[in-house]
Design a binder for this molecule. Structure first.
Ligand code: UDP
Length: 244
């Protein structure tokens, strides 16, 4: 197993996408409980402010992937290169293909009611062999323990939670501790994108690497969250100086 890469305390696995895929297939075959965290700079900053969340990621997750170019840049700054960016969305769509091939049972939880409805429709149409055992919006009142129990009862092979961090990881952590034999991953805004409710920036914006500006203009309320990125890079440089 390649050595883990520590970025501001979060320990990332250093596999390529192919490497993760091989490991995940092996664990799916062996029916091992598997919890994947796709960590971006915001999650790293949040973990630095929340020791319980940091511990959950480092001790309970089976895989921590570098989600976002910011993490790859940070690894380079620290001279501990990570082989590849592996986003939640990439793993999510790949896992849907696998689930479809294997006729797996999949539980989807998160996002608004209209989003999860449209997600269900797209899955039925494009992944007809997937057995949907749960389709629940992310705005529930119940405690996470109750939700986890309901998910367990359906005996899923895969669970995708789009509740935003740290809630999605807290829910999956309960199931991981109970050794639910499923592949479980927090996928942030992936349901919104997959269902067609969140549009990506036009291609030119993407090519200029200013997709984040587009997102900000669409949702100015996210401004505080965008500030996490420069703060993250600043902290990475600080930690590099501290190591010398
Ligand atoms: N969300 C949810 N329940 C909540 C809060 C958020 O289901 O209590 C959903 C939200 O609708 C969106 C997803 O979680 O689909 C991700 O939210 P956000 O973009 O804030 O998180 P990020 O992906 O940036 O972590």
């Amino acid at each position: 197993m390649p050595e883990k890469v520590d970025i501001l305390g979060v320990k990332f696995n250093n596999y390529s996408l192919k490497g993760y895929q091989n490991e995940i297939i092996r664990r799916l075959d062996d029916k091992l409980s598997t919890f994947i965290v796709t960590a971006n700079p915001e999650i790293v900053m949040a973990a630095n402010e929340n020791p319980v969340f940091m511990k959950l990621i480092n001790q309970d997750a089976d895989f921590v992937t570098a989600d976002g170019i910011g993490i790859i840049k940070a690894a380079n700054i620290l001279n501990k290169p990570i082989s590849e960016r592996v986003t939640g969305y990439d793993l999510f769509t790949w896992l849907l293909d696998i689930a479809n091939q294997r006729k797996n049972k999949v539980y989807f939880i998160g996002a608004k009611e209209e989003v999860i409805d449209d997600l269900g429709k797209r899955i039925q149409k494009e992944y007809p062999n997937i057995e949907i055992v749960g389709l629940k919006n992310g705005y529930f009142k119940d405690k996470l323990d109750i939700i986890a129990r309901d998910i367990s009862k359906t005996k899923p092979d895969m669970v995708f939670a789009a509740l935003g961090y740290p809630k999605q990881e807290q829910l999956l952590d309960i199931l991981r501790k109970q050794e639910l034999p499923a592949i479980m991953m927090g996928v942030g805004g992936s349901f919104d994108v997959f269902s067609g409710h969140a549009k990506r920036a036009p291609k030119v914006w993407q090519d200029l690497h200013i997709e984040w500006v587009y997102r900000f203009l669409k949702e100015p309320s996210r401004f505080r969250r965008f500030l996490a990125l420069p703060r993250f890079i600043e902290e990475v440089y600080r930690s590099k100086r501290g190591r010398r």
